[in-house]
Design a protein around this ligand. Structure first.
Ligand code: ADP
Ligand code: MG
Length: 736
């Protein structure tokens, strides 16, 4: 079918600028807003800061101003009897002069502004038509006009607005033009648009049909119908995302088995009975049970472990790794940064002191001979636990018998990345299938022979809790465990907001804490664009602090330091040689100093909520009352104010995560873009449409359970649609 108004040029533009290639794409290019055109304003009501308004009236006269060679500004003086405003054209004025006549009724639509004390509308949209009763008061000047008298007959009550790019506008493809295209298309489509969702879902969820929804979304007749259309289209979008994830997860489960770790042996027992210095919290015990059940089930574990900063996830990870070791397998834990990896290594080595378990570190700074040694030992299987960074482990490491992968502090690890990991895991198994691991009861079966293939268990740990609806999407294929309890004796951190101007009294507070034997973090923000400036800020700030606290010793840590230097500075702080650690965000994930009780965050307005929460989590690790002080300049934006308020109000990571999602939207959340999930949602909003996410997931779950092989006649429509979507949506295709 050919669409009038779209020649080769526009076709190319639509494709290049918006990715619109088919009629379907065009129909799914939804308006981003609607302007209510049922209200007509009076000119005397208008101010310069109103959004779009419409006015009915008449043109009194035209005026033309020269603006250099072949350029003119045309102004039409326009009145509705309540006042006069100017309609202004910087281009296209000639056309306006020819087309619009004085003394005739027009409906003018646009965004008012003030120029030279007069209201004006630049490049207005103008409709002529029969406006039933335009009282002829333009001459009398009496302000008798009452907007309700203007019962005009515009074709639209709510005008849709479409996003277009600068380039498109240059070639006349404005929002209005897109509106015309969709309208033409909808008019030309005589057949109803095919339904994509099954009728039982539609009726049980009271959803609008697809044809009606698509027509309504571009062409709403009233707000109630528009809302129904939006719900329907959001549902559809979320539903296929869920169907995709769940089908993937179910496939994965059918194709791959998991090693069975049913033995609890020396490693675990020695640790638990001899080395573990404290009782596990109830939440830790519960989570351990869940993990154990997974690892004994014969299915591959895919679990997300959520737990606030300081809730003791590392310990859980370690115990899971020890179970892998007891069953003759290797385990690895991957951290997002080198410092965190190093800290994990230290923690784990301390926990395992005196035990016969070999733990090694592999990060970018482990080089040369040392690196080769570690790699060889991994292949031989003599290293049982590997601690490393994501990058390193993803690319180069060959294990002899990897049984468990733990991904820590994970925000940047969506379904697609995990898929790669699994694939790597399965390759390993295939290649290593001749390797017999002594004492292991595992079975390795070849996938080519159509038998289940076992792959490593995966545990993803995240410190910033992910709102449920986001987790369902970003980690929708994972089972979820939650540590919702902190180790005993922790006092909630007290958070306060302080303006820069009050630094001196802040210094006094810091001094008091240090005199009581506590330690203090002071964090400077890192502005990524310019490391140099950051460093200078930090150096200068450091000098100021050294002078402010002549009686104390200070450490300084930043990203540009050599690892050895950094480590030395950190060490000085950890052993209490220095009382203040001045740092950029390198401490965001990492150090554990229970004696540190004050976290001062300078220029706190520069940090996002989850970052602030993470930073704050560095204190409150000991039994003393801890404090977090957010320092900002006096002037703050609304969003910043909200962030600061939330931080002062609560320590609850889940609430903070929800707030973060609402403030930033899922697209901006760290990791959602690279996550490989369909986050370029067209209409649904994970933050606001939580109920729909749940509904979509419930339906998708029901269908997958009924038809796990995607073969049922009833659901063919769904599977076909899913295939279609996967073909056109790159992100979806990654999850294959
Ligand atoms: P997370 O990784 O969840 O942020 P960590 O594993 O670093 O938290 O634990 C924070 C601190 O709490 C560590 O010092 C750890 O040894 C300690 N810890 C963990 N579990 C317990 C427990 N059950 N009782 C007391 N302290 C614990
Ligand atoms: Mg941790």
């Amino acid at each position: 079918m050919y669409l009038p108004g779209v020649g080769p040029n526009r076709k190319k533009l639509l494709k290049e600028e918006l990715g619109i290639e088919t009629f379907g794409d065009l129909l799914e290019y939804y308006p981003y807003k609607y302007v209510d055109r049922s209200k007509v304003y009076e000119i005397r009501e208008l101010t310069g800061d109103m959004p779009f308004v419409q006015v009915v009236g008449r043109i009194l006269s035209f005026e033309t101003f020269d603006m250099g060679p072949r350029r003119e500004r045309v102004v039409a003086h326009f009145t509705d009897g309540t006042g006069i405003m100017d309609l202004v054209w910087f281009n296209g004025g000639k056309y306006a002069k020819q087309n619009y006549k004085t003394g005739q009724d027009y409906l003018v639509f646009g965004r008012p502004s003030v120029f030279n004390n007069r209201i004006q509308v630049q490049h207005p949209e103008i409709e002529s038509g029969v406006f039933a009763t335009v009282p002829d008061n333009s001459k009398s000047g009496t302000a008798a006009a009452n907007s309700s008298l203007f019962t005009f007959h515009s074709s639209l009550k709510m005008q849709p607005y479409y996003n277009t790019t600068e380039k498109m506008k240059k070639y006349g493809l404005t929002s209005k033009a897109v509106e015309r295209l969709t309208r033409t298309l909808l008019e030309k489509l005589k057949e109803p648009l095919p339904e994509t969702v099954t009728s039982d879902v539609l009726s049980s969820r009271h959803l609008m049909g697809r044809d009606e929804a698509l027509r309504t979304i571009h062409y709403p007749q009233d707000t109630r119908k528009l809302e129904q259309a939006r719900v329907r289209l959001k549902f559809e979008e979320l539903f296929f995302v869920q169907l995709n994830i769940l089908r993937y997860a179910s496939d994965q489960r059918r194709k791959f088995g998991g090693y069975v770790f049913n033995r609890i042996g020396d490693a675990f027992n020695t640790f638990f009975h001899r080395n573990l210095p404290f009782e596990l919290t109830r939440a830790q015990k519960r989570v351990m049970h869940e993990i154990r059940a997974d690892m004994c089930s014969g299915r591959q574990m895919n679990r997300l472990l959520q737990g606030d900063v300081g809730s003791g996830k590392t310990l859980v990870a370690l115990m899971a790794m020890l179970i892998a070791v007891d069953n003759g397998f290797q385990a690895c834990i991957m951290a997002p940064t080198e410092i965190l990896a190093e800290q994990h290594l230290q923690t784990i080595q301390q926990f395992l002191h005196g035990m016969n378990v070999r733990v090694e570190l592999l990060t970018g700074i482990v080089k040369g001979k040392r690196r080769k040694e570690v790699l060889d030992a991994l292949q031989e299987g003599t290293v049982q636990i590997l601690v490393g960074t994501h990058a390193v482990i993803e690319d180069t490491v060959q294990f002899r018998q990897l049984g468990l992968v733990i991904v820590d502090e994970q925000h940047r690890f969506g379904v697609a990345q995990r898929a790669r990991l699994w694939r790597k895991g399965s390759e390993r198994v295939v290649k290593g299938s001749e390797v017999v691991v002594k004492g292991s009861e595992r079975e390795v079966k070849g996938s080519e022979r159509g038998v289940t293939l076992s792959i490593p268990h995966v545990l993803v740990m995240t410190a910033t809790p992910i709102p449920r609806t986001l987790a369902m999407t970003l980690y929708g294929d994972l089972d979820v465990s939650v540590i919702d309890e902190l180790p005993p004796g922790r006092k909630p951190i007290r958070t306060t907001h302080v303006f820069e101007s009050r630094m001196t009294s802040l210094y006094d507070g810091i001094r008091r804490q240090i005199r009581e034997g506590r330690q203090v973090y002071i964090v400077f923000p890192l502005i990524e664009e310019s490391e140099k400036i950051d460093l200078k800020n930090l150096e200068q700030g450091f000098e100021v602090l050294v002078q402010a606290f002549p009686e104390f010793r200070l450490s300084k840590v930043h990203g540009r330091m050599k690892p050895a230097e950094k480590e030395e500075e950190m060490r000085r702080f950890v052993i209490g040689e220095t009382q203040i650690l001045v740092a950029t965000t390198v401490i965001e994930v990492g150090v554990n100093v229970p004696n540190a009780s004050v976290m001062v965050i300078l220029d706190a307005q520069r940090f996002g909520l989850s970052q602030l929460h993470q930073l704050r989590g560095r204190v409150g690790r000991g039994a003393d009352q801890s404090f977090c002080i957010l320092v900002t300049p006096y002037k703050l934006s609304d969003d910043t104010r909200k962030r600061i308020d939330i931080m002062c109000e609560t320590n609850d990571g889940f609430r903070i995560a929800e707030a973060d999602l609402k403030l930033r939207g899922p697209g901006d959340l760290e990791g959602t873009q690279q996550s490989g999930m369909a986050f370029d949602l067209k209409i649904a909003d994970i933050a606001r449409d939580g109920q729909l996410v749940q509904m979509a997931r419930d339906e998708a779950q029901r269908i997958i359970a009924e038809d796990p092989q995607c073969q049922s006649e009833t659901y063919q429509r769904l599977w076909n649609r899913l295939r279609e979507l996967r073909k056109t949506n790159i992100n979806w295709g990654v999850i294959s």
